[in-house]
Design a protein around this ligand. Sequence first.
Ligand code: 5AD
Length: 363
Amino acid sequence: MNLYDILNKATAKPHALSQEELMFLLEIRDEKEMQQLFHAAYGLKLRYTGKMVSIRGLIEMGNVCAKDCFYCGIRKSNPNVERFQLDREAVLRMSRWAWKHNFGSIVMQSGEMESEEHTAFVESLLRDITNMCNGELGITLSLGEQSEETLRRWKNAGAHRYLLRIESSSEEIYRAIHPQNHSFARRVECLKILRKLDYQVGSGVMIGLPGQSAAQLAGDIEFFRKMDLDMIGMGPFLPHHDTPMGKNVDFSENFKRQQLELGLKMISAVRLQLHNTNIASTTALEALRNDGRELGLLAGANVIMPNITDPEYRKNYKLYENKPAVNESSDDSIRELTRKVAAIGEEINWNKRGDSPHYFARH
Ligand code: 5AD
């Protein structure tokens, strides 16, 4: 096995690599080889989306959560978070801001809640946002596991994409990082329902979890392929001191560099294997390095999700430590992002939904 052959094979057609070859890519240590990997994946990104970056304005709607994931800062049993829930006016105001600032899409994200009240709240919000912008904004939901009926109501009310990370496709890891009553099977079932309802479906994993092997990460890529996903959102695992998994992690420069590198290699490996899916360059990369999201783009990602939540709420939505832009206004965030994207020779795809080419290839 050598890098040159693997990259040639992968760029020639999708789904070309074996598990061993994916592992080979994820295990690259040599700096020069790593750059070759990123470069090949970036070339594929250019083939499918050109020098364009799609953006989605991320609205963190609330941090009330029924789940108790061992890694997440807003887990139910963390008593040190001030819980909040944006009201209708606040979400509408942020959505209008996005629309006025030429965003083609927004993402509505919150902790997981399942109740008729919550379903109805989101449903009416979706109708309000759609009316406000004359249906011009793409709307992605990231609201956790929900029943088929709820997901159908939200689809009918105007949502057309859904993000639900599997977190790890290895059931062994999934069990190790969640309480017993969190079900891997239900999460997979939800992803299947989303597909059936004709959402553009996104999922993803955390990268660099304790004890996670290259084989398991290669398995994650195989899971993405099998599930025929339209969008992938992945990020390096980052410790949060108020969580069971964040207590004993040494957040050293060395740890940060390793997590960043593995995160970037995973983006490249996914691009090389899946070719035409949307891949997000996530905030977790930026938490590790100031220019982390740009590095993600140069490693093959094509989507960025700048936070457009009002700063007063951002501090209460810390899933991990070092969360960037907590005190920054949305105007500042977007000015800074435009500059950073231009600095790597890419351009923001203003006023475009930036749908997944994979979704249309499937239809
Ligand atoms: N490190 C990295 N990512 C995290 N997420 C939650 N907690 C952490 C953490 N400590 C990610 C999960 C979730 C997404 C919204 O944020 O993958 O799906």
